[in-house]
Design a protein around this ligand. Structure first.
Ligand SMILES: Nc1ncnc2c1ncn2[C@@H]1O[C@H](COP(=O)(O)OP(=O)(O)OP(=O)(O)O)[C@@H](O)[C@H]1O
Ligand SMILES: [Mg+2]
Length: 500
């Protein structure tokens, strides 16, 4: 029989006293059954997360961490010891050695790091509809547009492409599209456009486009066999829940699609940690929640575990909470009668224990202590244990900006992904088509004028903008183009123009 791989996370405590040498471990095999780290502020959640990631990296399992507060970069540098660490290490009877772990910074925003993007085509109409919270009619319209673009070989790469196709479908191309694919309801087209604009306002442009991120690159180990710690710095995304949910949905869907079925694995292929998880759930539509529920159920067999980190388990919808195999519960504070009621309810969800009075213990846990319930390698619940969490080997503070710069400078993935690609896509091709129509329109007019045989006056050269304004082309397109040129659709339009 092969030896079971376990993660050392702490030492056993009984009556709030450490039992020297009795260790608390998690079975690596059960981690794809997902987990939860929760507790009031300052009780030790982030350090427990750090410990888990270190243990995973040590057995060659990579992690992907949504770092909302920017406080886990310390994983990249070795920690220094102190009295508290020595005391904990002594109780647990572990060798504590300061060490750092291999880090890759990733980004969907202004933060520096490997740019994580996918093309609109890769998202597909179904996921995209969910991200944009579209209704059935709007979803059908999107599906029609994807089909049209497929048939006409119009690559849908970024939001500009999608918007241009939408404008085309609502104006110029309406009859062409309706002839083959079905009705194009103008109201729906406008509604979809509004949703896209909302996502753009939260920085949605940054998650769509090329080069498209290959999720296999999340599953690397370094030259010493340590699992890579991929940190997505999201400090500037806190106020943009729509973007965050869209990104999470897209990522999980992509991972689910790309990763092969693994069945029973001895250790996970990848662990995904979502800090401040309530941000995903707070403004998520029902559709999004259902989708998340399904993906979390199915992703398990691909060897991927998802861990939510949040202040109280109440932040997680019941159907998702019930799927989480292990729970690291730090202290909760009972300030009000409502708090006490919630804690009572919560304590009933833990496995029954002869050793611990769960309801009282939850409020009395010290900092860096937790109640742990998990599953063994066969998926059976293990007895509840009060754990003194082991101290992290890496730094319990953030990296300095020069340390971050060095990691970014040395990243091979940044060299691979952080470059501008200039592929001709739906936007360019359709704009060209419209331009040709405009030119033809212009020629027809000139021809008409010539035929009138009046003495010719010198025609004023019109610039592109005036040409569009005075043409007979559909008003929707004219209006949208004008808005683009005048900057309402702003930066993206002008960037693309520069690129061409
Ligand atoms: N396992 C541990 N070993 C040693 N010290 C710890 C441990 N866990 C927590 N601590 C101490 O407690 C402090 C707070 O822990 P941490 O930052 O993990 O709390 P948190 O629950 O993430 O707080 P917040 O909700 O504010 O993010 C740490 O800075 C550290 O000093
Ligand atoms: Mg924290």
């Amino acid at each position: 029989m092969t030896k079971e791989t376990t993660l050392l996370i702490g030492g056993v405590m009984v009556d709030s006293t450490p039992i020297d040498g009795q260790r608390v471990t998690l079975s690596a095999k059960s981690l794809n059954r997902h987990g939860l780290i929760s507790g009031a502020t300052g009780t030790g959640k982030t350090k427990s997360l750090q410990v888990l990631i270190e243990e995973l990296s040590g057995i060659g399992v990579p992690s992907l961490v949504m770092d909302i507060k920017g406080d886990i970069s310390g994983l990249g540098a070795k920690g220094s010891t102190n009295k508290i660490i020595e005391k904990r290490a002594h109780h647990i009877q572990m060798d504590w050695i300061g060490k750092g772990f291999p880090i890759e910074f990733m980004s969907i925003s202004e933060e520096p790091g490997v740019s994580l993007k996918s093309t609109i085509s890769e998202f597909g109409p179904v996921i995209l509809s969910k991200i944009l919270s579209l209704n059935d009619t709007q979803t059908s319209l999107l599906s029609i547009l994807f089909l049209f673009c497929d048939d006409k070989k119009l690559p849908l790469l970024d939001l500009d492409d999608l918007k241009t196709v939408l404008r085309y479908a609502a104006g110029e191309g309406k009859s062409e599209i309706q002839k083959t694919y079905g009705l194009v309801p103008i109201n729906s087209a406008h509604a979809v456009m509004r949703r896209i604009t909302q996502l753009e306002q939260q920085g949605g442009n940054r998650i769509f486009g090329e080069p498209s991120f290959d999720v296999d690159d999340l599953c690397k180990t370094d030259e010493n066999g340590l699992g890579m710690v991929n940190i997505i710095r999201l400090t500037d995304v806190q106020s943009k829940p729509a973007l965050f949910s869209a990104f999470m949905m897209a990522l999980l869907a992509e991972v689910f699609e790309v990763f092969p079925e693994k069945g029973d694995v001895d250790k996970p292929e990848l662990m995904i940690f979502i800090d401040e998880a309530h941000l995903i759930f707070k403004n998520a539509s029902k559709e999004l929640l259902n989708q998340l529920d399904t993906i979390i159920k199915l992703i398990r067999s691909k060897g991927i575990g998802v861990v939510f980190i949040t202040q109280t388990p109440d932040d997680i919808p019941e159907n998702i909470l019930s799927q989480l195999g292990f729970k690291i519960q730090h202290a909760l504070r009972a300030f009000t009668a409502k708090d006490r009621k919630a804690i009572k309810l919560l304590s009933q969800n833990f496995p029954e224990s002869d050793v611990y009075d769960v309801e009282n213990l939850i409020t009395e846990l010290g900092i860096g202590e937790a109640l742990i319930s998990s599953l063994d390698r066969k998926g059976r619940p293990t007895p509840l244990v009060h754990s003194l969490m082991r101290p992290p080997y890496s730094r319990m503070d953030i990296l300095e900006s020069v340390e971050i710069k060095t990691i970014i400078k040395d990243s091979k993935l940044i060299a691979k992904y952080n470059k501008e690609l200039d592929r001709e896509s739906a936007h360019e091709i359709l704009m060209e088509r419209i331009e040709q129509m405009l030119e033809k329109d212009e020629e027809d007019k000139e021809e008409k004028n010539r035929r009138k045989a009046r003495p010719r006056t010198k025609r004023r050269e019109k610039n592109q903008f005036e040409k569009i304004m005075s043409s007979s082309i559909g008003t929707t397109i004219v209006r949208e183009l004008t808005r683009g040129i005048l900057g309402v659709f702003g930066i993206s339009t002008s960037t693309r123009r520069r690129k061409r």
